[in-house]
Design a protein around this ligand. Sequence first.
Ligand code: GDP
Length: 468
Amino acid sequence: MSSTPTIAIVGRPNVGKSTLFNRLTQTRDALVSDIPGLTRDRRDGVFEVGEHTLRLTDTAGLEDASKGSIADRMRQQSMAAIEAADLVLFVIDARAGITPDDEAFARIARSSGKPVVLVANKSEGRAAAGGFYEAFKLGLGDPVAVSAEHGEGLSDLIADVASALGLKITVREKARRGDDEEPAEDAATAKRKPLRIAIVGRPNAGKSTLVNALLGEDRMITGPEPGLTRDAVSTAFDWKGRPILLFDTAGLRRKAKITEEAEKLSASDAIRAIRFAEVVVILVDAEHPLEHQDLTIAGHAAEEGRAVIIGVNKWDLIDNKQRHLKDIRDKVANSLAQVPGISVVPVSALSESGLDKLMQAVFSTAEIWNRRISTPELNRWLPSALARHAPPASSGRRIKLRFITQPSTRPPTFVAFCSKPEGLPKSYIKYLTNDLRDTFKMPGVPIRFNLRKSDNPFEKRRGRSGKS
Ligand code: GDP
């Protein structure tokens, strides 16, 4: 390998190679146009990974040469670019899925013998999950989901690039977390990234009191934070050395005069807070726990994929504490069955008790929400789950599930390949989800379990005329 490793961005037209090129190079604003030895129809730039400088070659200029199918010239140029590279960034469009052109380029990349990092671009939003999964069958390893346009997934990509090149980098620690920070951010900043918490609940549940109790006199308040929406009341503080950004809906609600208005306002505050938060603490009044509005908010938070904690406040007013707690836990289990294992933590904001337990629950749920389970672990689990409880048959044929992987965290999101996704009953998906949750110990967070149609991702595609 030369002293400056060279990376070629390769892929069919329109997958977003140039956008990715710009994203990566602009992080250091160091476009280099006159690196010798490269032809004019490639664009070259540099970007930095930790203390390493990498040279990036974009083959996007070649796209003009292609009309309809891939022009020969383009293929040759890609080959030349790959030939000159130490690493190939192979880009696909996750929204479009895998096309025959992708497959043609993948063959070139594979046959080069160069290390390849497979990039599933345009991965923002749900429409991309399908293409992400299809990408496995290119035989170029696990895809990394990014959105070059939105700057998402770049830290994962950088980490994969560094590891493929055998580089040690300081940003490595934050990789695989599914965060969307820019790669230029250093590890220290990433580690100090605050956990975003929202405290929501009905009026008078005690939110303001809890916020004050959490902030305390002695704790450093560094907010309000700039850069958030203007009407967001957020406060930065540390809890036992852990940085927190707290979204406090209580302050906003005060403006409301009459109760009805207050209820309405508090619901829309809650929705905004949930959008902002990683962990949502739903604070309920122990004397009137889990009323309709509480459950609606909790359901919404789960729907939005947030980690959920239930704080039961005014615990000081409760006589038969044990019995009461059990009743509330039962009610949570029944009413929020879509997210088993939600933590229910009794607190007294007024007497400042239970705060530590509440925050511990917040941190451990956030950890689960960020967790990534490796593809091999998942594929050891899948057959055992299928064996314990076989999938049903559809039109006389047993539905098969062959491969599972976790494309993203926050919340944990899984995709399994299935011979007939539309035939698999919801109850079976629920079984798999719950088994996955139990096996990998992921209580209290929503889990997304998607199915993708495929016979077998590793099987070579049969001829186009044949039914696959
Ligand atoms: P918010 O509307 O959710 O912000 O609720 P507040 O924080 O304004 O509290 C509503 C009322 O409940 C106030 O009178 C508080 O003093 C009271 N309160 C809050 N927390 C507790 C608690 O832990 N125990 C008791 N007994 N009262 C509390």
